[in-house]
Structure formats: structure tokens, C-alpha cells
Design a protein around this ligand. Structure first.
Ligand code: PLP
Length: 402
């Protein structure tokens, strides 16, 4: 029987083993798992890494259902669960490095990923080289004999550069380097990591998998050869999540397809509207050709989502504050991927601390939007009024200067 992606969202992780005859798996809470015979206990011990109840930290049926679902969505051999996306990133890296190693980190990585490299990895004697997200085969010149991991994030945080993952992976594999991808933007489904040479696909499931801004959760899906090491090292570092959070992630997956479709359609409409505005210098939406790496988005992704950025022609704190302070449907807040719209502004100088080698070459304020599930016309009306407030401040300042 064929199974399309849309059907997969409904069925993923719902094997009878975990659902016991109802639609959803139960929330199975456990620390202690009890055995009545020595044989039962031995069986659990032998199969403890293989989705058999053994001890709470190894997971319960609710966790096993989510792990299965993630593998069915993303591919790979197994999924490790973490209390947030940041824990997934740091644990995936720590599971494969040792003192004296070197890692290649994309310059447009999520800010805490950079901080982790600059503090924790440095302390452990692991060297990080940041590389330009737009590098393709030229990445080879940055590889050292001790390079262990090539870390990618596509599109990049805030500035949205889409990377040429298959080219980067091919070069990395020539040198036995593990390719990790922060696949949060693609939600594990808009970009199929294992089809493009990724070895470990990491997500802040906090974002679209959970989808309702009410759970912190991280996932890392690994291909067969790396799965045991990722699983065991993360286990040693005590990584585990509550079954309630696993349950909410599974519930989120059921509507992931329809949510992404709506986020994607609405964000494209808003992005196209912004591109026509006189205040806007350019729009960094992967589906538009003004986004760096748009050609890789077209080639490798099956769809988008609600998160993108646009750059204003000027940088004026007072005008930007007037825009932000009066929004009705967009709130300012970190994270994204929920049903609600969000807005955040970055002044160009703030990139001086966020980037070391790929400092974006624009002059104006960058505004990142998450387009939620509200009506597009309401959102555009809100943005239009915001740009009007922005213009008013600029005009007042011009008059005052004249
Ligand atoms: C939010 C985010 C993370 C971190 O996830 P948390 O669950 O907040 O720790 C990592 N990578 C990207 C790209 C993110 O947007």
C-alpha cells in the first residue's frame, strides 16, 4: 500500500505496540519498571536499547512512539530525545568529539550553538572554525586532519542563507567527517536530511513538531552507523524527557502537514507583499530569489514554513520601535513554530557579535517574522500600519532636521 507524506503525519509512530488499541499512545509515566522473574529482567536488560521497557530514563511506550514517528518522518535508524533543541545540538556534538578535535561550524548558526562552541568546546580543547554558509566545494580548504564534524544549519538563523548540503556532505564524507544538520526550519519534512548526505539531523522540536508554543523539546535522528554512539553517549549525559511532552509532540505531528502548508502559503503572500513596499530593501524568504541560496531551496526542499526575514532600507531605532510597539497580531518573542505570529528586529551592528566571517552586507534593520495561522489579510493590515508608524517617525525627524 502506498503511503504519501500527508498520510505519514497521521500514521507515524502509531504502531499497535504503543497504542494498545486506541488511537493515541497513552502517557506512560515511569521511573521504575518492575520484573517478576529473573528471566523477564534479563530479557529487558538485553533489549534495553531496543524499545523494551527497562528503566524510565531509557524511555516508555510514549517515548518509543515519538522516536518511531521521528524516524518515519525524517528517515535514519533511531531518534534520541532531549529536553530542548539546544540540548540536542550540544549532546550530538559531544557524543562524537574528543580533546584535540576540530569542528567546522556554519557562521549563521543559532546563537547558543555558537556560544557552546566558543565556551564548552573551547574548554574541552576542541577547536571551531566558522565558515561562510554560501561555501560549497571550497569547504575542502578548511578541513584539517583532526576535523571530526561539519555542522550545518539551513536556512541559517535570522539571515536565512540556504546551504548547498549535498555538495558539503560529499566533501565531508571524502574525509570521514560526520555531517550534522540543524534541520529545525525544515521541521524534518520539508528537507529530507538523509537523501542529501546528512548523518545526524537535529531539531528544536520546540518549534513546528510541537507547534503550539507550549513544550521545550529536542530530537536528533541518526543514520544506522552513528545511532548506537549517539544513543549511548546521550544516555550517559542523562538526556530524557517527560512522557507528557512526548505525547504533545506526537499530537503536534498529526497536524504538521496542514499547519506547514498554511504557514508556507501565508508567509509567501506576506513576503511578496513586503517585497513591493518602498521601505523594504530586500526580503530573505527562501522561496524568493532575493534570499541567498534560493537556488538550493528550489532544488532540495519540498516546501517552506512561516519564518523569514526582511531588511529595511534604513536603520533607525526610534522608527523601528514605533513599528514594533504598535503591532496587534505580531508579538515580540523568541522561538517560533507555534500557531501565533511573531516579530523581532535586529540592527545590523548586532551581527558584529553574532557573525565572525559572514557578516551580512546590508545597512538597514532586519526584521524577522513568524507568520502564524491568523488570516493573511489581518497580518498584512497590521504590517501596513506598522510601516506607516515607521514612516511617520522618519518624516518627523526629516522635518526637525530641515
Ligand atoms: C530554537 C532553535 C534552537 C533551540 O531550540 P530550543 O528548544 O529553544 O533549545 C536550535 N536551532 C534553531 C535553528 C532554533 O530556531
Amino acid at each position: 500500500m502506498s503511503k504519501t507524506k500527508a498520510t505519514n503525519y497521521v500514521t507515524a509512530g502509531r504502531s499497535k505496540k504503543w497504542t494498545n488499541g486506541v488511537v493515541n499512545p497513552s502517557v506512560q509515566r515511569a521511573s521504575t519498571v518492575v520484573f517478576n522473574t529473573v528471566a523477564e529482567k534479563q530479557h529487558a536488560m538485553i533489549n534495553r536499547t531496543n524499545q523494551t521497557l527497562f528503566y524510565g530514563r531509557r524511555g516508555t511506550q510514549t517515548h518509543f512512539a515519538l522516536q518511531d514517528a521521528m524516524v518515519e518522518l525524517e528517515g535514519g535508524a533511531g531518534c534520541a530525545l532531549y529536553p530542548c533543541g539546544t540540548a540536542a545540538i550540544s549532546n550530538a556534538i559531544l557524543s562524537f568529539i574528543e580533546t584535540g578535535d576540530h569542528i567546522l561550524m556554519v557562521d549563521t548558526c543559532y546563537e547558543p550553538t555558537r556560544d557552546f562552541c566558543d565556551t564548552m568546546l573551547k574548554k574541552l580543547g576542541v577547536e571551531t572554525t566558522y565558515y561562510d554558509p554560501m561555501l560549497g566545494a571550497e569547504i575542502e580548504s578548511l578541513i584539517q586532519p583532526n576535523t571530526k564534524i561539519l555542522f550545518t544549519e539551513s536556512p541559517g538563523s535570522i539571515t536565512m542563507e540556504v546551504q548547498d548540503i549535498p555538495t558539503l556532505s560529499a566533501i565531508a564524507h571524502k574525509h570521514d567527517i560526520i555531517v550534522m544538520l540543524d534541520n529545525t526550519w525544515g521541521a524534518g519534512v520539508q528537507f529530507s536530511p538523509f537523501d542529501f548526505g546528512v548523518d545526524i539531523s537535529i531539531q528544536a522540536a520546540t518549534k513546528y513538531i510541537v507547534g503550539h508554543s507550549d513544550v521545550m523539546l529536542g530530537t536528533a535522528v541518526a543514520r544506522e552507523e552513528l545511532w548506537p554512539q549517539l544513543r549511548e553517549q546521550s544516555y550517559l549525559m542523562g538526556q530524557c524527557i517527560s512522557p507528557d511532552d512526548a505525547y504533545l509532540a506526537l499530537r503536534g505531528i498529526r497536524t504538521l502537514g496542514v499547519r506547514l502548508q498554511q504557514h508556507q502559503d501565508a508567509s509567501l503572500e506576506v513576503a511578496q507583499w513586503l517585497a513591493e513596499r518602498p521601505e523594504v530593501d530586500h526580503v530573505r524568504h527562501p522561496a524568493l530569489d532575493t534570499c541567498p541560496g534560493h537556488e538550493f531551496f528550489k532544488r532540495d526542499f519540498t516546501g517552506g514554513n512561516g519564518l523569514f526575514s526582511f531588511v529595511l532600507k534604513t536603520s533607525n531605532t526610534k522608527a523601528t520601535t514605533a513599528l514594533l510597539d504598535g503591532m496587534h497580531h505580531f508579538s515580540m518573542g523568541y522561538s517560533w513554530g507555534g500557531f501565533e505570529s511573531l516579530i523581532l528586529a535586529n540592527e545590523p551592528r548586532s551581527f558584529n557579535s553574532l557573525r565572525t566571517i559572514a557578516n551580512p552586507n546590508f545597512e538597514g534593520t532586519l526584521i524577522r517574522l513568524h507568520i502564524g495561522l491568523e488570516s493573511v489579510s489581518d497580518l498584512i493590515e497590521d504590517l501596513e500600519a506598522g510601516l506607516q508608524r515607521y514612516n511617520t517617525v522618519l518624516q518627523e525627524q526629516e522635518v526637525a532636521q530641515a
